[in-house]
Design a protein around this ligand. Structure first.
Ligand code: FES
Length: 124
């Protein structure tokens, strides 16, 4: 199984790990296949832009790399744009994932959407 240099880089040096205690939105998803679990936290400013984002995960290397990458992709984006980041976008930014690990990229994209849903539900 071959991993791209970007996957290895994000797995060995994950960006934006941790917890935001006073997050404006928080989303946790689990992968029923493997039991891995991930939470993404976001801070959102008055212009609806993501000003901070962190993740914590009990997951495999691909899950860590995809979470790390999605935090870099979403930082600074309006929440509406961040919501549209797909699993495929994340995998593409990482220069691909081995086919057997593609399902791992679901966690990151899904957790970000749940975090944004959570933010929206608090601000309706
Ligand atoms: Fe569980 Fe990758 S094996 S998310």
């Amino acid at each position: 199984m071959e991993y791209s240099d970007k996957v290895v880089d994000h797995y060995t040096h994950p960006r934006n790990t941790g917890v935001i205690e006073d997050a404006d939105g928080e989303g946790t998803v689990g992968n029923p296949v493997c039991g891995d679990i991930m939470t993404i936290y976001i801070k959102v400013d008055d212009d609806e832009k993501i000003t901070d984002i962190k993740f914590s995960t009990f997951g495999c290397g691909a899950a860590i790399a995809t979470s790390s990458m999605i935090t870099e992709m979403a930082m600074g984006l309006p929440v509406d744009e961040a919501y549209n980041i797909t699993r495929d976008n994340v995998a593409d930014e990482l220069d691909g994932l081995p086919p057997i690990k593609l399902h791992c990229s679901n966690l990151a994209a899904d957790a970000l959407q749940v975090a944004i849903d959570n933010y929206r539900s608090k601000n309706e």
